[in-house]
Structure formats: C-alpha cells, structure tokens
Write a new protein. Structure first.
Length: 217
C-alpha cells in the first residue's frame, strides 16, 4: 500500500507540474463519497488483469463498506472471448505489406501470458504479419525480434498495444534513446524501414465499445 501511494504521489507531482490535476482512483472514490453518491461503477481502462487491476480492486474494497453498491468493470482482455474480439478488430487493419509489432506494457505477474495469447490468436487467424512484444514482460523484445527475422520481414510498423499512447509509447517505443525499441530496431540493420504509429487502442471505436460492454456487464 505504501508503494502504491508513493507511485500515486509521484505521478500527481509530475502532472501538477504540467498544470494537470488528476486524482488517484482512491481519491476519486473518496470525493464521490463526500459528494453523497451511494452507487458507483468503476470501469478500468487497463488492458490486462495485472498489478494495476489488483491495486484498483484493493482501493475499491477499502471504501466498499461506505457505499450501498460499488462494482468494478473488467479490463479489456479479461476473457478468451475478449481476446478473440480484439484480435478480430486488429485484423481489420491488416497492413498490405510489412509487419505490425504490437508493443504492450507487460507485467511481472503471470497475467503477462495474456500478451502471448494475443500473439498466438493473431497467427491462428492467419494474421502472421502481426507480432506482440512487451516492455516489461513476455513476449520480450528479443523473442519478438527473432520472429521478425525468421519471417524475413523488411518493413515494420510499431504500434502501442496500450489504452493511450503515453510515456511508454513516446519514449520506450518511439524515443530517441539507444534503448528505445525504435533505436534498437534501427541498430539491428535487419530492416529496410521501421515506422511508429502513435495512437492507443482507446482511439479505436470498436475497442471503446468493448469497454462499454464491460461496464454494462
């Protein structure tokens, strides 16, 4: 719990420095409580059931006794059916040439396997030019890179597999530092062109509908 509060505080300080006031989930819930709300639905915009979801559920549980009813909507990829729906959506944007690398956040918990499931499903549906890698989990950059080399791919587009294209997309994926994915791709000399698409999953209307369906559920 202390670590969570430290993370919330650090994020809050950085945002306030940019003129942005953003409460933590717990702070938002306490404000709703103070405003007299009795029934609340909390819809996560997380992609997987990872550590962020665990933290959110703990926050909700800590204030649940003070509300008449409070429920939590599941993240985007909670079930096999969710994963199949997302794969179908991604298949609608199949590139004419080259490969798409979906760059996920990843996690150190077993739920990182969700990304591997998405990769498997994409290829099972014939979308063999889609590959999934994660910044902090599995599949790793190296495992994804090897797939591209095995397929003799020459053109690559990096796409955030995240709700928003934030720091991870702009820095870890498309940044200019030597350890960014874009820089490491260019340094490998195995590809003719490497591009980045800076747009999160949350900008896709059909993905938005999946989140709304989770809220309704």
């Amino acid at each position: 719990d202390l670590l969570r509060w430290i993370i919330y505080y650090e994020k809050s300080v950085r945002l306030k420095a940019r003129g942005i006031e953003k409460p933590s989930p717990l702070e938002a819930l306490l404000k709703l409580l103070g405003d007299g709300y009795t029934h609340v639905i909390v819809q996560s915009t997380n992609i997987i059931e990872g550590v962020e979801m665990e933290s959110l559920r703990r926050d909700v549980a800590s204030v649940a006794p003070f509300f008449k009813e409070i429920r939590v909507g599941n993240p985007l990829l909670y079930s096999v059916e969710d994963a199949e729906a997302v794969v179908d959506i991604l298949g609608n944007s199949k590139p004419e040439k080259g490969s798409v690398v979906l760059v996920g956040h990843g996690t150190y918990t077993p739920s990182t396997a969700t990304y591997a499931m998405i990769d498997y499903m994409l290829k099972a549906k014939g979308l063999k030019n889609f590959h999934v890698g994660t910044i902090e989990g599995y599949p790793t950059f190296d495992t994804m890179l090897q797939q591209l080399k095995d397929n003799k791919t020459k053109q690559v587009t990096l796409v955030p597999f995240m709700f928003v294209a934030g720091d991870h997309a702009n820095n870890d994926m498309a940044g200019s530092d030597d350890d960014s994915w874009l820089s490491m791709f260019n340094a490998s000399d195995a590809f003719e062109s490497v591009d980045c698409q800076i747009a999160g999953l949350g900008e896709i209307e059909d993905v938005q509908k999946l989140y709304v369906a989770h809220t309704k559920a």
